[in-house]
Write a protein that binds this ligand. Structure first.
Ligand code: ZN
Ligand code: FE
Length: 253
């Protein structure tokens, strides 16, 4: 019983998620840039897709929304403010709204910074958060439409979730994020250990991300791991988060 999360490698290094309630078979797709890999997984699992959930409007997370919505006769959910720019938009969500996938319920966090309409879906019972391009494993998204203060606030919301919460983010960026984290905090042993572990996982990564196997996927992380390794969650204040984000923008491992 619970929420099954299928990780589907899409686009260049994106994660699309297929969420299935094992009690009812109801399913939702989170952040899909491509139809085919998703449709194949849906067929393989026999899931009944009833919703398309978007974390934000960027094409590498939403391009396939209209076609998937048509194929499964499913609504597309995203932040209310993205009505005009989220592909396939049908239902607007605000902070505190809930979304049910079968018997599993998520509450919505509005976490603007990467984009103004960025949201996260938090499944409290299943201990899972879909954090899009806001919190990555050991990293954070670029500040395209927000300030360091907004990202700090977003990380404070995500950082309030329980330790065991699994963090399902939008991209497989973990290795390069950890290289940067080790640069920011050279003394942090949790970062060193995780970088070693992630390097081993990524050593034999498929040349084409679409062929990635589960052994090379470093996502999900957990909130406990993020507290120990994420230089943006570990930033003590807005100014330091801003400095780290600016350094990361020009960082070449
Ligand atoms: Zn994005
Ligand atoms: Fe992205």
């Amino acid at each position: 019983m619970g929420l099954r999360v299928e990780r589907i490698p899409t686009w260049k290094d994106n994660y699309t998620y297929l969420l299935v309630c094992d009690e009812t078979g109801d399913a939702a797709v989170v952040d899909a840039p491509e139809v085919e890999p998703v449709a194949r997984r849906v067929e393989k699992t026999g899931a009944r897709v009833s919703q398309i959930l978007s974390t934000h409007h960027h094409p590498d997370h939403s391009m396939a929304n209209p076609e998937l919505a048509k194929r499964y006769s499913a609504p597309v959910l995203g932040h209310a403010s993205d009505r005009e720019r989220l592909p396939g938009f049908t239902r607007g969500l605000e902070e505190g709204d809930t979304v049910a996938v079968g018997n599993q319920v998520a509450h919505v966090l509005h976490i603007p910074a990467h984009t103004r309409g960025h949201i996260a879906y938090v499944f409290d019972d299943a201990l899972a958060v879909f954090s899009g391009d806001t919190m990555f494993a050991a990293g954070c998204g670029r500040l395209f439409e927000g300030t360091p203060a907004m990202m700090f606030a977003a990380f404070a919301k995500l950082g309030a979730l329980p330790d065991a919460t699994r963090v399902f983010c939008g991209h497989e960026y973990t290795e390069s994020n950890l290289v940067f984290a080790a640069h920011v905090e050279p003394e942090n042993l949790a970062v060193r250990r995780k970088l070693d572990r992630v390097r081993k996982m990524r050593e034999h990564a498929a040349a084409d991300w679409h062929d990635a196997t589960e052994t090379e996927m470093t996502v999900p992380s957990t909130l406990a791991e993020e507290r120990a390794t994420n230089p943006f969650l570990r930033a003590p204040d807005v100014a330091e988060l801003g400095r780290r984000r600016a350094r990361k923008d020009d960082f070449r491992g």
